[in-house]
Design a protein around this ligand. Structure first.
Ligand SMILES: NC(=O)c1ccc[n+]([C@@H]2O[C@H](COP(=O)([O-])OP(=O)(O)OC[C@H]3O[C@@H](n4cnc5c(N)ncnc54)[C@H](OP(=O)(O)O)[C@@H]3O)[C@@H](O)[C@H]2O)c1
Length: 299
């Protein structure tokens, strides 16, 4: 499968470009970025072409990988899907439900394959853990604390304007949701409250009637940074294990799933339809936090 990469920022360097280059089942064809010098530099590292236009790169490949801000990613993903290209997107798929749904519809109409980089979800041990938790069932609650400190010196993600504007809800919220949704099921009600600095607390009712609590931030004091998740129910309290993983390995697993799906296998559980569902919950949380109301979602 011939791939084009969109984006020349930190995540394109750390995950997408090395991930595409390392996988034996794909051909890394070229890079597009809004800054031609950055595109040429990244392309040069991998001995591939820098493309001056978005359409030119889309036309040259079978699939695209995108490492761009969500509102920049969405129109490129839509154009690629409409041109019949498979999609490997990053989270969140888009900032609006309409944009995310439009991409998912274009993928479905053309029978394309897609995957969204809910990073740790592509680590096999975590997939097995969540599948086992789902089978165990009987959970009545979950708690996920996903809070980090990206504005510390040397952290490349702190330079991103959209993260400053949208905060942890949109940046790390997708990762937290990707843990609870496969175990507790779809979300039917969302309420949210915003605390000091960048801190969003979410309460989600799931179709199973279980309730999850998510604490999300990219700007806590470093000493308070943590990633913890537990499910609780009739089997007791189950902590999600802290796993060792690294981005290129997870990216490779995502490529495996995309290639298998494009060859007639099952679609990834983390496809663009799942990603659009995550956008719907995040958008509802933003509305809930702004209005002080509980937002109902169709399960
Ligand atoms: N799955 C994960 O765990 C994970 C981890 C990190 C990031 N991500 C995702 O990966 C994506 C990229 O993240 P990032 O950390 O590299 O930072 P980012 O700020 O989201 O993206 C940086 C890239 O976007 C380009 N860009 C910014 N605004 C643009 C615009 N209006 N038009 C065209 N290009 C634009 C930048 O170009 P310039 O260099 O020219 O400014 C740079 O190439 C995000 O969606 C993020 O959520 C996912």
């Amino acid at each position: 499968m011939r791939f084009g990469l969109f984006g020349t920022g930190p995540w394109a360097h750390l995950a997408h470009a090395p991930g595409l280059a390392a996988h034996s089942g794909v051909e890394f064809v070229g890079v597009w970025g809004r800054d031609p010098d950055k595109a040429a530099a990244l392309a040069g590292e991998y001995g591939v072409r820098a493309y001056p236009t978005i359409d030119g790169l889309i036309a040259s490949v079978d699939a695209i990988a995108v490492a761009l801000p969500p509102d920049v990613q969405a129109p490129i993903a839509l154009a690629a899907a409409r041109a019949g290209k498979h999609l490997l997107l990053d989270k969140p798929v888009a900032f609006t439900v309409a944009a995310a749904d439009e991409i998912a519809a274009a993928v479905a109409e053309r029978h394309l394959s897609s995957a969204v980089f809910f990073t740790r979800r592509f680590v096999p041990q975590l997939q097995e853990f969540l599948e086992q938790a789902r089978k165990t069932g009987g959970w009545v609650e979950a708690r996920v604390d996903h809070v980090g400190s990206i504005y510390e010196e040397g952290n490349p993600f702190g330079a991103s304007p959209w993260r400053r504007e949208r905060g942890g809800l949109w940046d790390v919220g997708p990762h937290a949701l990707a843990l609870v949704l496969p175990v507790l099921g779809p979300v039917t009600e969302v309420t949210a409250m915003v605390g000091p600095r960048d801190m969003t607390h979410l309460l989600l009712r799931h179709a199973s009637d279980a309730i999850s609590r998510l604490t999300l931030s990219v700007d806590v004091p470093p000493a308070a940074a943590r990633q913890e998740a537990v499910f609780a129910g009739k089997s007791g309290v189950l902590a999600v294990p802290a796993l060792q993983w690294e981005p290129v390995m997870a990216f490779g697993r995502m490529l495996d799933e995309l290639l298998a799906a494009a060859n007639g296998g099952p679609q990834s559980q983390l496809d663009v339809r799942f990603g659009a569902g995550v956008t719907a919950i995040l958008a509802a949380a933003e509305e809930a936090a702004t209005t002080g109301r509980t937002i109902r979602l169709a399960a």
